[in-house]
Design a protein around this ligand. Structure first.
Ligand code: FAD
Ligand code: AMP
Length: 477
C-alpha cells in the first residue's frame, strides 16, 4: 500500500531534517527517509554533520585543545597539573555520547513535529497521479512505497575518492576513520590541506602525532582572504608544528607492513613520505547514488550536483534539492537554510537564501571565519575599498584568555562605506563572525559598527576597533 504525504524528504542531514521540521510546522504532512546506520548498527538521523562531520570533529577539537592547554598553557596561569596523560577511549566515548544525544534529539524532534520517519534507502520510481513515487528499501530488504506531492532531495555528499589512496578506514582513512582512531599514530599523513584536513590534522597533532599535510595546490586556503591565509599558514606551521607541504600532489600510496609509503610529486620531483596512518581529505562529492533520478527526469550537472536554480527548484516542478547535493558551499548552515526556504516555498511563502552572507569557519587554533568578499576578489573586480585591521593582541579580553594571535579585518566600499567583507583570524572567530553576518545582511557601513556600543572587556571590541580603523581612528592602538 502506498503512503501519501504532502512532502517526502530524502535524506535526514541538516538540509533534510530541518526542511522536514519546517514543512511540518507549516501544517504539511511530511515523511523523511534516511539511510544512515551508525557503528552500533542503529538508525541515526542527522546525516554527515551530526554523525561523522561538524559535531564529532568539534568535540575532538575541543578535547584535544584542552589536552594541549593542560600540557602547555596551564602553568602560565599558575595552574599546575601533575603527570599529564591521555585517555583516548574516554575522549572518543565523550564524542560518541554527544553524537548520540544530538542524533537522538532529531528523532525526538521528528516525533514532536509529527514527521514520519522511514529508515532505509530511498529512490524515485517515477511520477504518481499527484506527485512522485519514492521507494524505501530497509536494511532488511523490505520495501515501502511513498507518494509525495513534493519531494525534497537532501542526500548530501560523500568523501571524494582518489585512486592513489583507496580508503580502508584501517590505515587509509576518510573522515569516518579519522574521527575514531583508537590509538594516536606516531606519524600521520593528511592528503589535502583544506578545511577537513586542517581540522583533523590539528586534533591528532595536539594528541601527539607528527602530522604532515600534502596539498596539491601551490596556494594555501585560496578561498580565504590572502592576509588570513598567509598568517594562518605561519601560525599553523610555526606555532602548532603542522608540516604543511604545498604543491605536493600524491601519486601513489603503498602499504609496507604496518606503515605506508606515500609518493608525491612537487616542484623538485618525486618525494616519499613514510607514515603510520593516512587521512584522505581531498574534498567531497554530491551523493546521488541509487536515487534513480532518471525515472523522474531530474538532471545533474557535469560534476554530479543536482541542477537547481537560486530557489532550489530542479527542472521538474515539485522536486527540490538542497544542501551538499547541490551547488554552493558544502556547509551545514547553508543546507539548513535551504531546507527552510524550500519548505516555506512549498507552503506558498516567498523564501530564499542570501548566498552573499553565508559565513565560513575553520575550527583550527586560532579559528578562521569570514563572510563576504576577500581583498583579492575586490581587487580583481576593480572595487575601490578601504581596509580596517585590528589585532587581538591589543584587546584586554584576548590577553586574559591568553589568545592574542590574529586580527579582525573589515573591507568597506571607499565611496559608500558599505561593508563588503569581514575576515577574522583569532579566538572564537566562529562566534564573532555572526556580528559581521548581521552587518552585511543589513547593508551596514563600517561607521554603523564604529558607533555601536560593544561590551568591555570582550573580543567583539576587536571588531569595533577594526570598524574604527577603516576610517583611521582606532582608539586602542
Ligand atoms: P548530509 O549531512 O550528508 O546528510 C545526507 C543524509 O542523507 C545522510 O544521512 C545520508 O545517509 C542520507 N541519504 C543519502 N542518500 C540517501 C538515499 N537515497 N535514501 C535515504 N537516505 C539517503 N559544515 C559546517 O557548516 N560546519 C562544520 O564545522 C563542518 N564540519 C565538517 C567536518 C567534517 C569532518 C565533514 C565531513 C563535514 C563537515 N561539514 C561542516 C559539512 C557538513 O557536514 C555538510 O555540509 C552537511 O552535513 C550537509 O548536509 P546535507 O543535509 O546536505 O547532507
Ligand atoms: P576541501 O575541499 O576544503 O576539503 O579541500 C580539499 C583539498 O585537497 C584541496 O585544497 C585540494 O587542492 C586538495 N587535493 C585534492 N587532490 C589532491 C592530491 N592528489 N594531493 C594533494 N592534495 C589534493
Amino acid at each position: 500500500m502506498t503512503q501519501a504525504f504532502d512532502v517526502v524528504v530524502i535524506g535526514g542531514g541538516p538540509g533534510g531534517y530541518i526542511g522536514a521540521i519546517r514543512a511540518a510546522q507549516l501544517g504539511l504532512s511530511v515523511a523523511c527517509v534516511d539511510a544512515w546506520t551508525n557503528a552500533k548498527n542503529k538508525p541515526s538521523l542527522g546525516g554527515t554533520c551530526l554523525n561523522v562531520g561538524c559535531i564529532p570533529s568539534k568535540a575532538l577539537l575541543e578535547s584535544s585543545e584542552n589536552y594541549e592547554r593542560a600540557g602547555h598553557h596551564f602553568a602560565e596561569h599558575g595552574v599546575m597539573v601533575g603527570q599529564l596523560s591521555l585517555d583516548l577511549p574516554q575522549m572518543l566515548a565523550r564524542k560518541d555520547r554527544i553524537v548520540d544525544q544530538l542524533t537522538g534529539g532529531v528523532a525526538y524532534l521528528f516525533k514532536k513535529h509529527k514527521v514520519t520517519s522511514f529508515h532505509g534507502h530511498g529512490r524515485f520510481d517515477g511520477s504518481a497521479e499527484d506527485g512522485f513515487r519514492v521507494v524505501v528499501s530497509s536494511p532488511k530488504g523490505e520495501e515501502t512505497v511513498l507518494q509525495g506531492r513534493h519531494v525534497i532531495i537532501a542526500t548530501g555528499s560523500v568523501p571524494r575518492p582518489i585512486p592513489a589512496a583507496p580508503v580502508d578506514n584501517e590505515f587509509i582513512l576518510d573522515n569516518v576513520g579519522a574521527l575514531s582512531m583508537t590509538a594516536v599514530p606516531k606519524r600521520l599523513g593528511v592528503i589535502g590541506a583544506g578545511v577537513i584536513g586542517l581540522e583533523m590534522g590539528s586534533v591528532w597533532k595536539r594528541l601527539g602525532s607528527e602530522v604532515t599535510l600534502l596539498e596539491a595546490l601551490d596556494a594555501f586556503l585560496p578561498a580565504a582572504d590572502e592576509q588570513v591565509s598567509r598568517e594562518a599558514l605561519r601560525m599553523l606551521t610555526k606555532d602548532q608544528g603542522l608540516d604543511i607541504r604545498l604543491g605536493a600532489k600524491v601519486t601513489q600510496v603503498a602499504r609496507k607492513g604496518k606503515a605506508l609509503k606515500v609518493t608525491y610529486s612537487d616542484a623538485h620531483g618525486e618525494q616519499v613520505l613514510d607514515v603510520d596512518r593516512l587521512i584522505v581529505a581531498v574534498g567531497r562529492v554530491p551523493n546521488t547514488e541509487g536515487l534513480q533520478l532518471e525515472s523522474v527526469g531530474v538532471p545533474c550537472d557535469a560534476r554530479g550536483f543536482i541542477e537547481v536554480d537560486g530557489h532550489c527548484r530542479t527542472a521538474v516542478p515539485g522536486i527540490w534539492a538542497v544542501g551538499d547535493a547541490v551547488r554552493g558551499p558544502m556547509l551545514a548552515h547553508k543546507a539548513e537554510e535551504e531546507g527552510v526556504a524550500v519548505a516555506e516555498q512549498i507552503a506558498g511563502q516567498q523564501s530564499h537564501v542570501d548566498f552573499n552572507t553565508i559565513p565560513w569557519v575553520i575550527y583550527t587554533a586560532p579559528e578562521m571565519a569570514w563572510v563576504g568578499q576577500t581583498e583579492q576578489q575586490l581587487r580583481a573586480q576593480g572595487v575601490d575599498y578601504r581596509t580596517g585591521v585590528f589585532p587581538f593582541a591589543a584587546n584586554g579580553r584576548a590577553k586574559s584568555l591568553g589568545e592574542t594571535r590574529g586580527f579582525v579585518k573589515i573591507l568597506a566600499d571607499r565611496q559608500t562605506d558599505r561593508m563588503l567583507g569581514v575576515h577574522i583570524l583569532g579566538p572564537f572567530a566562529s562566534e564573532l563572525i555572526t556580528e559581521a553576518v548581521v552587518a552585511l545582511e543589513f547593508h551596514a557601513s563600517s561607521e554603523d559598527i564604529a558607533r555601536i556600543v560593544h561590551a568591555h572587556p570582550a573580543l567583539s571590541e576587536v571588531f569595533h576597533e577594526a570598524a574604527l580603523a577603516v576610517d583611521g581612528r582606532s582608539l586602542n592602538m
